[in-house]
Design a protein. Structure first.
Length: 76
């Protein structure tokens, strides 16, 4: 009788541990989702705040690639 009780106790303990792990996984997934969302919002805000400066920088790089001699003359 004690072997049967030990078997069921062990089975119950293992099942309880697996269910507890699933609870943590769900919470962790939600937390990661919130972090990714906040990072995306921060990146979008920075791009909008610096959009004009970034546009000018990319225009300068593009014109330098199209006409490399002019870019070197402009820096000296």
């Amino acid at each position: 009788m004690s072997q049967v009780a030990t078997y069921f106790f062990t089975l119950f303990a293992l099942a309880g541990e697996r269910l507890d792990d699933r609870k943590d996984r769900g919470a962790t997934a939600v937390e990661y989702g919130l972090m990714v969302g906040l990072i995306a919002v921060a990146i979008i805000g920075i791009v909008f705040a610096l959009g004009g400066q970034l546009g000018e920088m990319f225009s300068t790089v593009t014109s330098g690639l199209e006409n490399p001699g002019a870019a070197e003359e402009g820096t000296t």
